[in-house]
Design a protein around this ligand. Structure first.
Ligand code: HEC
Ligand code: HEC
Length: 388
C-alpha cells in the first residue's frame, strides 16, 4: 500500500484498478497559489514597468507576497497530506529517476508533487523569500520607509536593490520553468494539473485522496501569518527614525531664500557648500541676492545645523554630498540622470519655472524626503512638455 504521496497510476487508467476523481489539493493551498499569482503579477509589473510613484502599490504587493509565503511555510508543517514539506520527493535519486522517465516519454500521474515539481516549489518560495527580504532592506535604506528604515544605511539599501533586481530576473526565469513544466505535464502526459490546482481533484486511487479540504485550519494558519507579519512590520516601523528628522524652517530662511525659488531643504548641500552659497550672494547665478549681514549669519547657522552631513536619505547622499563645480543641486550628474526624461519645456513652464523649484513636482520637497509616492509633475507643465 502506497501512502507517501507517490502512489501512481500510469496515466488515466493504469492498471491499479479503482481510479476515481478524488481531492488531492487542499483548499488553502489552492487559494494560496492563485493569490500568490495575483500578488506576484502586480509586484513584477509595478517593479519592472511602474513609474516611481507606483512604489506604494509595489510595496503592498510585496507585503501580500510576504504574508502568503509566511503562510505557506507554516502550511509545510501543518497543511494537507500533499502540501507538507515531508511529502516532497526531494531525494536527488528520485529527481534523476523522474527525469529519465520524462526523457523516455512517460511520467506517472502522482497525487502528490513529482520530484521536479517539488524542487520548483522550493526554488520559487526561496526566491520570493529573498525578494521580500531584499525589498524590505532596499525600502528601508533607499526610501527610509518600512520596518528596517532606522537600521539600514542608504548605501546598504542601494546594494540590496541591486540584489532585489537580480532576484526578480531569476524569478521570471523560474516562473518560465514552472510554466514549461506544467505545460509539459498537461499537454504531453495528459495530467490534469490545472484542474488539481482549481477544483482540487485528480483521477487517482481513492486511498491517495487528501484528508479533507482543511478550510478552517487554513484560515487559522493564514490569520496567524497575517497577525505575525502585521505585528513585526508595525512594531519595527514604530522605532524612531535616526536617518531623517523634521526640520523646522526659520522665518529668515523662508522669507529671504524662498522668494525667487523655493527654499531648498538644508540636507541638499553640505555645510561647506552652504557657506560658499551664502557668502557669494552678490553674484548668485547672475542675480544680486544680498540679504544683509544679520540675515546671512542667521540663515547660515540654520543651514549648517541641518546640512547633508546630518542626513542619510537618498537626497542627502546622492545630491547633498555629491561634488559639483557650480554648487547647483541640478548640476549633479545623479540629479541629471534621474530627471533626464523630463523635457526642458516642463522645467520652463510657468507651473515649474526652473529645475530649482523642486517643490513643483516633489510634494514633500520641504521635508527633504523626496519620497517616490510624492512625485507629481503638474498636469499643465506636462502638457507643455508634450507628454500628456
Ligand atoms: C533674487 C533672487 C534670488 C534670491 C533672493 C535667492 N536666489 Fe538662489 N537662485 C536664484 C537663481 C536665479 C538661481 C538659478 C536658478 C536656475 O538655475 O534655474 C538660484 C539658484 C540657487 C540654488 C541652486 C538651485 C539648483 O538649481 O540646483 C541654490 C542652492 C540657491 N539658489 C540657494 C539660495 C539661498 C540659500 C538663498 C538665500 C540666501 C537664495 N538662493 C536666494 C535666485 C535667487
Ligand atoms: C519637473 C518636475 C521635477 C522637478 C522640478 C524636480 N524633480 Fe526630482 N524628480 C522628478 C521625477 C518625475 C522623478 C522620478 C524620475 C524617475 O522616474 O526616476 C524625480 C526624482 C527625484 C529623486 C529620486 C527620488 C526617488 O526616490 O527615486 C530625487 C532625490 C529628486 N528627484 C530630487 C529633486 C530635487 C532636489 C529637485 C530640485 C533641485 C528636483 N528633484 C526637481 C520630477 C522633478
Amino acid at each position: 500500500m502506497l501512502t507517501d504521496g507517490t502512489a501512481n497510476t500510469n496515466g488515466k487508467n493504469g492498471g491499479h484498478g479503482d481510479v476515481r476523481e478524488v481531492l488531492v489539493r487542499d483548499l488553502p493551498v489552492r487559494i494560496f497559489h492563485w493569490s500568490l499569482v495575483a500578488a506576484v503579477a502586480v509586484a513584477l509589473l509595478t517593479g519592472f514597468f511602474g513609474e516611481e510613484n507606483l512604489l506604494t502599490v509595489h510595496v503592498w504587493a510585496g507585503q501580500a507576497v510576504a504574508v502568503l509565503i509566511l503562510f505557506r511555510i507554516m502550511w509545510w508543517f501543518v497543511g494537507g497530506r500533499y502540501s507538507r514539506f515531508s511529502a516532497y520527493p526531494l531525494n536527488p535519486r528520485r529527481v534523476m529517476e523522474h527525469l529519465r522517465h520524462v526523457a523516455a516519454g512517460r511520467s506517472p500521474l502522482l497525487a502528490g508533487h513529482n520530484p521536479a515539481g517539488a524542487w520548483m516549489i522550493i526554488i520559487l518560495i526561496t526566491l520570493l523569500f529573498g525578494l521580500t527580504l531584499t525589498g524590505i532592506v532596499a525600502l528601508g535604506g533607499e526610501e527610509d520607509l518600512g520596518p528596517l528604515r532606522a537600521w539600514v544605511s542608504y548605501r546598504l539599501g542601494d546594494a540590496a536593490e541591486e540584489v532585489h533586481e537580480l532576484l526578480a530576473w531569476l524569478l521570471v526565469a523560474a516562473i518560465a520553468g514552472h510554466l514549461a513544466g506544467v505545460f509539459m505535464e498537461t499537454k504531453v502526459f495528459g495530467h490534469p494539473l490545472l484542474r488539481a490546482m482549481t477544483r482540487g481533484t485528480m483521477p487517482v486511487p481513492p486511498q491517495d485522496a487528501e484528508r479533507g479540504s482543511m478550510a478552517l485550519r487554513g484560515l487559522v494558519v493564514f490569520l496567524v501569518a497575517l497577525g505575525l507579519f502585521t505585528v513585526v512590520w508595525n512594531g519595527l516601523s514604530a522605532t524612531p527614525d535616526t536617518r531623517w528628522r523634521q526640520v523646522t524652517y526659520i522665518k529668515a530662511y523662508s522669507d529671504n531664500c524662498g522668494d525667487c525659488h523655493h527654499a531648498h531643504h538644508p540636507s541638499l548641500r553640505t555645510a561647506d557648500m552652504w557657506e560658499r552659497i551664502v557668502r557669494g550672494l552678490e553674484d548668485h547665478y547672475g542675480e544680486d541676492a544680498t540679504i544683509g549681514k544679520r540675515n546671512e549669519e542667521e540663515i547660515l547657522a540654520f543651514l549648517k545645523a541641518n546640512s547633508a552631513e546630518f542626513f542619510d536619505t537618498e537626497a542627502a547622499v546622492r545630491l547633498g554630498r555629491a561634488k559639483t563645480k557650480d554648487l547647483r543641486i541640478s548640476s549633479v550628474s545623479w540629479w541629471k540622470m534621474r530627471h533626464e526624461n523630463i523635457p526642458q519645456q516642463v522645467f520652463a513652464s510657468p507651473e515649474v519655472g526652473s529645475p530649482a523649484n523642486c517643490n513643483a513636482c516633489h510634494g514633500d520637497a520641504e521635508t527633504g524626503r523626496f519620497d517616490d509616492a510624492a512625485i507629481r509633475i503638474p498636469r499643465k507643465a506636462q502638457a507643455a512638455g508634450g507628454q500628456s
